[in-house]
Design a protein around this ligand. Structure first.
Ligand SMILES: CC(=O)N[C@H]1[C@@H](OP(=O)(O)OP(=O)(O)OC[C@H]2O[C@@H](n3ccc(=O)[nH]c3=O)[C@H](O)[C@@H]2O)O[C@H](CO)[C@@H](O)[C@@H]1O
Ligand SMILES: C=C(OP(=O)(O)O)C(=O)O
Length: 417
């Protein structure tokens, strides 16, 4: 087990480069299974979830080599379409393997995916989409068996714009006969990145980034080379780190348009935010309370709800944060309370009364984003803090402490019992 020891009351300054996106890399890695051959993926972050995806692909028969930030994935010898439970449980993104394996082998056997404990995360929308394009899905003894003699293009309408279900449906439909149209699709930028990669493989997909995606099925796909888009959640976290420490931080390697809802909220809180072609600079002003509601893209991302909640704990006045995507994503609240924050949770809403300053404490990261939120709180607090269970943070932030250290933070990773 490892923990961070963080010295508080620092002011972060300087430039930091954002890594490639975990949430774009994972479906793209899964998509390499759709054909035989060697695909090359650049700007792949070195994260625990990526390691798990590599293990799963290797177990299915792929050969994967990492050269710096590049992954070379050879799917020539992939012959299995079955994923054991212990690997499925490691992360939510394991469910992305359903669509590509069905596309390539017309059958797949796997169990329910795991991931952060942030509320129930059913896969009914994934299954509904696969059934629509001609898959028979059976569940027994904790396993899901999906099989299709032939995948047929279909009209799919999602009750909710699920990111993962949209990505799975696209990956299953690319090799189907005929045209598939997905309505009320998720519009996240990572879906556009997946579309770009699949089109480089020879797929015919259009509409990603809107709520209607059209897939013209093709007979065969080919390996491709692609650079993964930047991690907009990491970028948002680093911008909030600048704001909470009253610093001056330039976050590089971003597309500012993808961060619009975050930039807008930070300006409302009182920060000065300047965007360039591939960077965003934040200079903190006097922080004031705001209301935030998480929503599917282009709304404010649920993955930045915990970090922004840390920020408003020291903003003047009252803030109201409403989490509409996940049912149980306020686990950082108890830990922030240990640091002197004044927060009341009522159902899916947190009401935060700003205090002038947080105080350092021993706290535990309950999940990935809650963990990064605690690190941000610790950077601004008076005194030192210990953040335990950093393995959660390692799932989604590449070299988190090194990047913060480069901005002037005093943060060390130490082994603990
Ligand atoms: C690897 C990855 O890309 N993860 C992201 C992805 O997760 P993920 O793809 O799991 O998120 P979804 O958009 O599917 O989930 C959103 C909501 O829909 C519900 N739902 C989803 C699928 C389903 O079949 N049935 C159902 O009810 C979920 O329980 C949740 O309440 O989008 C989330 C929402 O932006 C982000 O927080 C995650 O970081
Ligand atoms: C919830 C997250 O990821 P996942 O869907 O992989 O659990 C996240 O990145 O905040």
């Amino acid at each position: 087990m490892e923990k961070f020891i963080v010295k508080g009351e620092v002011q972060l300054t300087g430039n930091v480069r954002v890594s490639g996106a975990k949430n774009a890399t994972l479906p793209i890695m899964a998509a390499t299974l759709l054909c035989s051959g060697i695909s090359v993926i650049h700007d792949v972050p070195n994260l625990r979830d990526i390691q798990v995806m590599k293990e799963i692909l290797a177990l299915l028969g792929a050969k994967i080599v990492r050269e710096g930030k590049t992954l070379i994935v050879d799917t020539t010898n992939v012959c299995k379409a079955e994923i054991p439970e212990h690997l499925m449980r490691e992360m939510r993104a394991s469910v992305f393997l359903m669509g590509p394996l069905l596309g390539r082998f017309r059958k797949v056997r796997l169990s329910y995916p795991g991931g952060c404990a942030i509320g129930p995360r059913p896969i009914n929308l994934h299954i509904k989409a696969l059934e629509k394009i001609g898959t028979r899905v059976q569940e027994s003894f904790g396993y899901i068996d999906a099989e299709a003699e032939q995948l047929k293009g279909a009209e799919i309408h999602f009750d909710f714009p699920s990111v993962g279900a949209t990505e799975n449906a696209i990956m299953a439909a690319v090799l189907a006969n005929g045209i598939t149209v997905i309505r009320n699709a998720a519009r996240e930028p990572e879906i556009c990145d997946l579309q770009t990669f699949l089109n480089k493989m020879g797929a015919k997909i259009s509409g990603a980034g809107t709520d209607t995606i059209r897939i013209d099925g093709v007979n065969q796909l080919f390996p491709a080379e692609h650079s993964v888009m930047f991690d907009r959640i990491e970028a948002g976290t680093l911008l909030i780190a600048g704001a909470i420490t009253h610093g001056d931080v330039i976050v590089e390697n971003v597309i500012p348009e993808c961060l619009f809802s975050v930039i807008d909220k930070l300006q409302e809180i009182g920060a000065q935010v300047i965007s360039g072609t591939n960077y965003v600079r934040i200079k903190a002003g006097e922080l004031r309370g705001v209301d935030v509601k998480t929503l599917p893209y282009p709304g404010f991302p649920t993955d930045l709800q915990a970090p922004i909640l840390s920020l408003v704990t020291i903003a003047k006045g009252t803030s109201i944060i409403t989490e509409t995507i996940f049912e149980n994503r306020f686990k950082h609240v108890d830990e922030l309370t240990r640091m002197g924050a004044k927060i009341k949770v009522e159902g899916r809403t947190a009401i935060i009364r700003g205090v002038p300053k947080l105080t350092g404490a021993i706290v535990s990261a309950p999940d990935l984003r809650a963990g990064s939120a605690l690190v941000l709180a610790a950077l601004s607090a008076e005194g030192n803090s210990d953040i335990e269970h950093v393995y959660h943070i390692d799932r989604g932030y590449e070299n988190f402490e090194t990047k913060l250290y480069g901005l002037g933070a005093q943060i060390v990773r130490v082994k603990c019992d």
